[in-house]
Ligand binder design. Structure first.
Ligand SMILES: [Zn+2]
Ligand SMILES: [Zn+2]
Length: 457
């Protein structure tokens, strides 16, 4: 763990000197000043022996993580702009949360590991998400992605499940921008066992309208009595407003390779999660997902038709009820195609195979009420047969396209300049260690080509 002042954190990282934040400002950070401030604010958490200190320090160390982080940012010389100190209270909360994420990323402040279970295989894992954040786009000023860097429209309405507000039924909510100071009543009230919703807290959340209702006292009462599904929808809008979409990290499951997307920073003033699953389950009636036997029957019937139309035969069909394989990007696959040929492990001749993953279909069905299972089965089979025909013709442009998409998505997240830096470093490492690593790399590449024709959801 971390010892003295001025020594970088457990991660060995230092805070970036310049960061671009969502509002467009470019702020300067001092790693040394931040560590001095952190030592004062979270001395104990950084591994110092417990000491009796003034009441202020004790309150600070026992406060919520976001309050602790804001105090660190307020430290002398920590955040500046054009040589001037930046008033943290006047920052937009959205900008402040980016700075909080960077504090945790560089281990200036500790982030406790959270416990999660893999969305694909269910394996439990522990992770501190901020350490996995890609900071390149913030340091290189590449906050232009239409999706990851979209700004929050404070004038827009957001649909929520209907709930009562004053005398009327509210179906939409509007949130205004909030600075750190404006949000303070919420930041102070949150983090306890339960959040007491007062007019000041509702105003600090930025909820300025629930349907036609605009009175803070009525809004506060309506929020405190809102059913779980409605409250969780409001919390989702709140997260969209206060945390840029880029504040998330990818954890690849050690068991199955699936990507799991985690919130950064993990500790947020309004938590979401458990509630949402309950809310989703209530979402109206729809057909139950077929059991494995019924699903397999559908797959075989659809395959017969698809094979006939595409003029193919003798492709093994396997409905896999196990943990779905993932593509190179960690996305669980709906299906995958493996060409025929000599099995490099068993050394026997194998026919080509199309494999359909039961659990991926089930997961898509659960996540998306509009997911048409039968149509998707047919489309997946057709897609895998296309890989088969491309394979027979000696060239698979569909596979190239899919790999291109995965790479594009990775670059959007990691950043263009950072991807280039990593490629250069990788290249150097490869040349230096070529003889040592070339043989296993080539083997991996060969296996990859043999296993590789797959379709994502
Ligand atoms: Zn997994
Ligand atoms: Zn594919």
């Amino acid at each position: 763990m971390v010892g003295e002042a001025g020594v970088s954190g457990a991660s060995g990282r230092v805070l970036p000197e310049r960061v671009h934040v969502p509002s467009g400002r470019v702020l300067c950070l001092s790693d040394a000043a931040a560590r001095v401030a952190a030592r004062e604010v979270v001395g104990e958490a950084l591994g110092e022996a417990r000491r009796v200190e003034g009441e202020g320090a004790l309150a600070a160390r026992e406060g919520a993580p976001w309050l602790r982080d804001l105090r660190v940012l307020e430290g002398a010389g920590v955040v500046t702009e054009g040589g001037e100190a930046v008033a943290i209270g006047a920052l937009s909360l959205r900008d402040a949360h980016v700075l909080r994420a960077l504090l945790a990323w560089a281990s200036v402040v500790p982030e406790e590991e959270g416990e999660f279970s893999c969305e694909n295989c269910g394996e439990v894992f522990r992770a501190a998400p901020s350490a996995l954040l890609e900071v390149g786009p913030f340091t290189d000023g590449e906050l232009h992605d239409p999706d990851l860097d979209r700004s929050f429209d404070a004038g827009a309405w957001h649909a929520v499940p209907a709930f009562r507000a004053g005398g009327t039924l509210c179906r939409r909510v509007r949130l205004a921008e909030r600075t750190v100071d404006e949000a303070m009543p919420l930041l102070l009230a949150a983090g306890g066992r339960s959040l007491r919703m007062t007019p000041a807290v509702a105003a600090a959340m930025g909820v300025v309208a629930l349907g036609s209702e605009r009175r803070a006292s009525v809004i506060a009462e309506a929020l405190s009595e809102a059913p779980e599904a409605a409250w969780s929808a409001v919390v989702d809008v709140y997260h969209e407003a206060r945390y840029p979409a880029r504040l998330w990290a990818v954890h690849r499951c050690a068991g199955c390779g699936a990507r799991n997307d985690l919130d950064v920073p993990l500790e947020r003033e309004l938590s979401r999660g458990e509630v949402r699953a309950g809310g989703r389950r209530r979402g109206g009636e729809r057909a139950a997902f077929p059991d494995l036997d019924a699903f397999e029957r559908e797959v075989r019937e659809a395959a017969e038709r698809v094979y006939r139309v595409r003029g193919v035969r003798n492709i093994d069909l396997f409905v896999d009820a196990g943990v779905p394989l993932c593509d190179d990007g960690g996305e669980p696959l709906l299906g995958c195609y493996t060409p025929g040929g000599m099995d490099p492990v068993l050394m026997i001749e194998r026919p080509p195979e199309v494999r359909i993953f039961y659990r991926s279909f089930e997961a898509e069905h659960r996540a998306d009420p509009g997911f048409d299972v039968l149509a998707e089965i047919k489309e997946t089979l057709d897609h895998e047969v296309t890989h088969h025909l491309h394979y027979l013709s000696g060239d698979d442009p569909l596979d190239d396209e899919e790999r291109g998409e995965i790479e594009k998505e990775r670059v959007r997240r990691v950043g263009v300049a950072e991807s280039a830096r990593r490629a250069r470093q990788g290249l150097r490492a490869e040349v230096v260690g070529f003889l040592r690593v070339a043989w296993p790399l080539l083997l991996v590449a060969a296996l990859g080509a043999w296993m590789g024709w797959c379709q994502g959801p």
